[in-house]
Design a protein around this ligand. Sequence first.
Ligand code: URP
Ligand code: ZN
Ligand code: ZN
Length: 464
Amino acid sequence: MSILIKNGRIVTAVDDYMADVFIEGEKITLIGKDLKVQADKVIDAANRLVLPGGIDPHTHFDMPFGGTTSADDFASGTKAAAFGGTTTVIDFAIQPKGDSTMKGLDIWHDKASGKATIDYSFHMIITDMPDERLPEMRRLADEGVTSYKLFMAYPGALYVDDGTLYRAFRQAGENGTRICMHAENGIVIDEIIKAALKDGKTSPKYHALTRPTRMEAEGVHRAISIAEVAKVPLYIVHLSSSDALEQVKIGRARGVDVIAETCPQYLFLDESYYDREGFEGAKWVMTPALREKWNQDVLWQGLKFRDLETIATDHCPFCFKDQKELGKDSFAKIPNGAPGVENRMSLVYNGGVVGGRISLNRFVELTSTAAAKAFGLFPKKGTIAVGSDADIVIFDPNRKETISINNPHTHHMKVDYSSYEGFQVQGFTETVLSRGRVIIEKNELKTERGGQFIKRALTGSLLR
Ligand code: URP
Ligand code: ZN
Ligand code: ZN
């Protein structure tokens, strides 16, 4: 199958020009002005942007968490991602505590295999790492799992102590792989939560009030210090606050190889959402919590001046009914997480490019290219170039939509609310190709379940 995309404006992290793109099979094979080639299918991209498919390096599909399981599985989650212009996700597989990481990998392959609409890869969440298991980290890398997430948060669940962090960091560094860190001091936060509950403070807003930004900053500082000593490239996930960003800047100024991700929820939502009527604030119970609004400007500056590297979603949806409701009597029992995989590209385009905060090239970099480089997918993914996978989004920069659970164009996620209900966005995905297959055409699903597991290359810092 060959496809010719004509008349589009090609935008990558560094380019911006008018040209045609010719695709044969899964790859881009030719880019040029007014290409005269025979193609099985021609797509007219006049007045549209032709972008590298979005890469979301932080999703949780089918994840057991907080006494329940995230509402999107690999079928619904990757389909929703595709509608929103994302063509690759990196999801988090979990090592069963006390058991092998390889078993965690098998479990996640079973969850995803044959179901995904777009390509996917895995990070591995490490829940313990005794010395005898360290060699598994090399085996994981050989299997294409070249990054690992560890948690300073969630004691009693995913939390690991500093000794475990150090062992895993060292091994990851030696293997040429990357550590992803959930950086928040979960031990201190747990004490604050216990005291709040003792005082009868049980409503959703106490989720935010018991997770001070200083405890996020302390986690970031500690992770950076340990990574520096262990000599491993570090990636701080879901950075939410000015205090935490300050620590990233300090570490980078010292020469530590640390990069950080933020998420749309921290750029567009704030702690006032917890003051909604009754239990509604539970919809935004996520970790880190939503912050005071002024943090948003600081995060945008971080994106502009490159102290923040990527924008991921941390998509971890739980239905309001029955799932979020598990915490009706105590905010500490509300499953942590919120949906967003479908809305990222439009939100960031609207808030960033239309809002005059970042350039079009930087938009592509933040939503695609930087994640590809950080996680060993570049140049297979994350750009439009001869030889790259034909993961392409045809994006209408002028189209306006209102994000809503009731808008069939903006909500394919299997969750009963939208984090961004009522948000108006300009800039919308129209047609999506995944490795040369048209999966969405003019907002209609054409092909499902052709997504493949992508083995990633080593992620050492020189690759960026
Ligand atoms: O609230 C969140 N972020 N849930 C997903 C798990 C995590 O910490 O990333
Ligand atoms: Zn996390
Ligand atoms: Zn997460």
